[in-house]
Write a protein that binds this ligand. Sequence first.
Ligand code: RP5
Length: 162
Amino acid sequence: MKKVGIIMGSDSDLPVIKKATDMLSSLDIPYEVHIYSAHRTPVEARDFAANARHNGFGVLIAAAGMAAHLAGAIAANTTLPVIGIPCKSSVLDGLDALLSTVMMPTGIPVATVAIGGGANAALLAAQILAVEDSDLAARLDAKRAADAAAVLEKDAKVMENL
Ligand code: RP5
């Protein structure tokens, strides 16, 4: 199976990344995590993106806060699908990172999830890999069914304490 590559701009983004790695682990998807910054280590970020397809990756996830150019910089150097996670790292509560990540120019797309949306980034990566992997698609179907069952269980109990 192709790997998911996860890049974060700083180790301060780790709590968001943990949500993604937990989800990928639960779906039995291999991943690799790196700290590369679009601003502080631009050469390493570029090299990782440029070599990612050759190195066995199928999807990349890039998480950054503040002036969050990481996902865009990664996307500029690969035609693998890139998922951006804006992180809440500043006084602007992640709105800065959301706009910096989502407002990409035509030609270089980044699929941007919610601020701090590590779990959904992993699920979107899984869904992309599942296009060519029926076993993974079945695991995603099973997760959807389990999530729905959990909601219906809460529905059955919601009136008990009201
Ligand atoms: C961004 O700046 C990082 O992705 C992080 O979210 C934010 C703050 O980084 P640190 O100053 O905590 O290293 O590049």
